[in-house]
Design a protein around this ligand. Structure first.
Ligand code: BGC
Length: 438
């Protein structure tokens, strides 16, 4: 059998997303400039004027710094516009998405909101809650500056529904080398089994918390990385298009490994956010945290030095795989100030906007024309990986599954956290797939 290439994995994942998104009609990908769907109109120098309310979950800490960097540039480039920060606290949008859903249902949309490229966005598209922004994407350079497969994840039936601000990687282990040294560990483990052995060594060396976790969404993210490790990228991608069974032997193995990993962690409550889990590693109270690369901004914020105070490696068994997610910004139907929103989208998608934001956020630009040399070592390594790795879609961050499916997966993981019954976890995950797969 021919070994699947990077593009075939991406294509499979994209196909799964578009399939999930478009139960009626044929999805096509790529930029379209059909005038009915194009939202471009020429930018007024200094901006259209008026309030531009932007809804995110970047409400505090290093994430807010990323948003602040954008706000500062927005004020500079569009002095007529007035940025209104509508952030709602809670990592991964754990609180924000519910508030957003009710605001949209009540016809009270913000002028723009943060969404994830991929399946999550298709929920808003299917409900007719967001407008195409093909015109703005074309104005920004379209396929000549944004990766084709990223635009594919933003496209439904020929229309692009958001402007991407960045690309994050979710399968990263953040390490405190001073802690791992206590157990004589100086190298990255090659696979899941060796990582578990290292955690045992850490326990024996008196490190009570080898691995940290936060609330449910951080556990879903940990589980997805274990799935990638145990299934490999092709079979993992198959979980979303129906070609891999959720109760296969590999998923059972992943559930068992996930259970073992949880024996090495701190205790968490469903709503605990990510910074506390990452801070335990920063503060030398734990060895490892699996977290998206927004974590690097937290290390930087605390004055920690890459390579000495902290190191990082892909979740063991996922080297060569990039667990992808991208934040992107929308133009909601019925936004009070659509022209101001377009200024915001122009800023988000510009080379200057992408540089300022991603330097502060830990992610890499969605645009391919922002020089890697402008970024610190972590982001340079992520840019190199994104170019050569196999790309798979994150479950916890809206790329692989839509909101309803993610909610069922989260319920299953939260239930598992209490029961530690991995056979039931597999049954619940399989039932969630059956219920939600298009
Ligand atoms: C978002 C990131 C954010 C992270 C933690 C993810 O869903 O895409 O931008 O930093 O959640 O809040």
């Amino acid at each position: 059998m021919r070994k699947p290439t990077l593009l075939s994995v991406v294509a499979a994942t994209t196909a799964a997303l578009t399939l999930a998104a478009c139960s009626t009609g044929t999805a096509t990908t790529g930029s379209s400039s059909s005038s009915s769907s194009s939202s471009s109109s020429s930018a007024k120098p200094g901006g259209a004027g008026g309030d531009v309310g932007v809804f995110t979950w970047w409400a505090a800490g290093s994430e807010k710094k990323g948003l602040d960097a954008l706000e500062a540039l927005f004020k500079q480039k569009y002095p007529n516009d007035h940025f209104v920060n509508l952030a709602v606290a809670g990592g991964a949008g754990s609180n924000a998405k519910a508030k957003l859903a009710s605001d949209l249902a009540n016809n009270q949309p913000p002028d723009s909101f943060q969404g994830h490229a991929g399946a999550e966005l298709t929920d808003y598209i299917a409900k007719g809650q967001i407008e195409p922004v093909n015109g703005i994407v074309d104005e920004l350079g379209g396929e000549s500056v944004f990766p084709k497969d990223l635009l594919g994840r933003l496209t439904v039936k020929g229309n692009i529904y958001s402007v991407p601000s960045n690309i994050h990687r979710a399968n990263v282990v953040w390490v405190n080398p001073a802690v791992t040294k206590k157990a004589g560990i100086t190298a990255a483990p090659k696979d899941m089994a060796s990582w578990i052995e290292d955690m045992k060594k850490l326990k024996n060396a008196g490190v009570n918390t080898p691995l940290t976790i936060g609330g449910t969404w951080t556990q879903v993210q940990l589980l997805e990385t274990v799935l990638i490790s145990d299934l490999g990228p092709e079979k993992y991608a198959g979980l979303f298009d129906g070609s891999t069974a959720w109760d296969s032997a590999e998923v059972k193995k992943a559930a068992a490994d996930f259970k073992t990993l949880l024996t090495f962690t701190n205790t968490a409550s469903d709503g605990d956010d990510w910074p506390a889990a990452t801070d335990m590693v920063i503060d030398g109270k734990a060895a490892y945290n699996v977290m998206g690369d927004w974590a690097v901004a937290e290390f930087a914020d605390k004055g920690k030095k890459d390579g000495t105070d902290y190191t990082y490696f892909p979740v063991p068994g996922t080297d060569g795989v990039f667990d992808f997610l991208a934040d992107s910004f929308t133009l909601p139907k019925g936004a009070k100030n659509p022209e101001g929103t377009k200024d915001w989208l122009r800023l988000i998608g510009s080379p200057e906007g992408q540089k300022a934001f991603n330097l502060a956020k830990g992610s890499i630009p969605a645009r391919t024309d922002v020089p890697a040399s402008d970024f610190p070592p972590y982001q340079q390594s992520a840019m190199a990986s994104f170019k050569k790795d196999k790309i798979v879609s994150s479950i916890a961050h809206g790329a692989a599954v839509n909101l309803a499916w993610l909610s069922d997966i989260s319920t299953a993981v939260s239930k598992f956290y209490a029961s530690k019954d991995d056979a039931t976890l597999v049954k619940d995950l399989a039932a969630a797939a059956k219920k939600n797969q298009a």
